[in-house]
Design a binder for this molecule. Structure first.
Ligand SMILES: Nc1nc2c(ncn2[C@@H]2O[C@H](COP(=O)(O)OP(=O)(O)O)[C@@H](O)[C@H]2O)c(=O)[nH]1
Ligand SMILES: [Mg+2]
Length: 377
């Protein structure tokens, strides 16, 4: 997960850098040198003149020992003279020609292509690529650069873009659920995205933080789902509220909330049936569950491996029931990682957690800094 920058994207960056070197227009600019550089240059001039002086003025004395002594004698004199004579001139002479290279807008598009392909293949959505591209353009196009700078500029720009994309307020579930009692969370998503498993992980996390919870089997669509939630409930050691298979999910949700109120349970976790946004009946049923249970938080569970599909689903569910945030499951089996960027940038929804396995502890807080470190280490 999130190692997409390590290999192929890195290669794409070096390839941009070498193409830049080959294809960019050469720009020669006069550059004023600063004082330390000027002094260094002055010393070099003195050295050159010393050599010239030796060659011109040294009397032809027989032994090399005498010759050396003679050089010793005349050198300081020459050095002083030269410095004196040239002193005024040094600073006038410090403008020197520097060769850099720059690329045009259309050249940039060509060069960026390699990186664009890699990002696309890593599930980075088109909109995100456009942002990365625009950010990078301001740093590369029409800017006179030395070849050695290019790779670093691209990497830094990419890091800044990603950091900006993943910028959302910190989320503290444990603190949040204590704002109200019972705190109601409904989990939404397509079939098999990991809703039931994630609910168990959340219940486990709450339990570890000494908060009680009840699971609600509002997925009455399949008999197996109720059973699956019960198994998870047993695994964590929390109660499951259920009705019969085929009954009204909104009624179960209502009962779950009522149960929590009566028993003083801290958090209600409502499991819902997987549905496709295109299924109007199921979407209406979802809206009913929400109207009745009045959740404090609506979390979309999406699969990291779903890539761009995940984004379209979030957009549609959000249009129907306004999602607060996202948990991306199966992050540990995703080699790419671009989905997180895409979800965050395109849907503007915060990513709360990543599901990183099937065990109860496999729920990791989504941490931007940690992620950036992993990507760019
Ligand atoms: N590897 C991996 N598998 C997961 C993760 N979360 C869920 N799963 C598996 O994905 C499958 C579907 O999960 P489930 O919770 O039943 O999805 P639901 O239909 O949305 O309720 C199950 O086999 C889970 O064990 C995860 O973070 N990593
Ligand atoms: Mg389920």
């Amino acid at each position: 997960m999130f190692n997409f920058l390590k290999d192929k994207v890195k290669n794409a960056i070096s390839s941009i850098s070498s193409k830049f070197d080959k294809e960019a227009e050469v720009v020669e600019t006069k550059e004023e040198k600063n004082v330390p550089e000027a002094i260094q240059e002055a010393k070099e001039i003195v050295e050159e003149q010393k050599i010239e002086a030796k060659e011109e003025n040294i009397p032809k004395i027989g032994s090399s020992h005498e010759e050396a002594q003679e050089i010793e004698k005349i050198t300081p004199v020459y050095e002083m003279q030269t410095v004196k004579e040239e002193k005024k001139g040094f600073f006038a002479k410090v403008a020197e020609v520097v060769t850099t290279k720059k690329i045009s807008d259309s050249q940039f598009d060509q060069l960026f292509w390699d990186l664009e392909v890699e990002l696309l293949e890593n599930n980075v959505a088109f909109e995100v690529i456009e942002k990365i591209k625009t950010d990078l353009k301001t740093k590369l196009v029409d800017m006179p650069l030395k070849r050695t700078q290019v790779e670093k500029i691209i990497e830094d720009s990419l890091r800044d873009s990603i950091s900006e994309i993943l910028e959302f307020p910190t989320f503290d579930l444990i603190q949040k659920v204590q704002e109200k009692k019972p705190y109601v969370i409904v989990f939404i998503g397509v079939n098999g995205s990991g809703k039931t498993t994630t609910i168990a992980k959340v219940a486990h996390m709450l339990k570890k933080n000494k908060l009680s919870s009840v699971l609600v089997a509002a997925d009455t669509f399949r008999a197996a789902s109720i059973q699956q939630l019960e198994e998870q409930g047993n695994r964590v050691g929390v109660k499951v509220i259920k009705h019969d298979y085929g009954s009204d999910p909104a009624a179960v949700a209502f009962d779950g909330v009522k149960y929590a109120q009566q028993k003083g349970i801290d958090v209600v976790l409502i499991d819902t049936a997987g549905r496709q946004h295109s299924n109007t009946n199921l979407m209406d049923e979802m809206k009913k569950i929400i109207r009745i249970s009045k959740p404090d938080l609506k979390i979309y569970i999406g699969e990291m491996i779903a890539g761009n599909d995940c984004i379209d689903q979030i957009k549609d569910f959000d249009a129907a029931v306004q999602i607060d945030g996202v948990i991306l499951s199966k992050a540990e089996i995703d080699e790419k990682g671009g989905t997180a960027l895409s979800v965050s940038y395109v849907t503007k929804k915060p990513i709360y957690f990543l599901g990183v396995g099937q065990e109860l502890n496999d729920l990791k807080l989504f941490d931007k800094e940690d992620l950036l470190k992993k990507i760019f280490s």
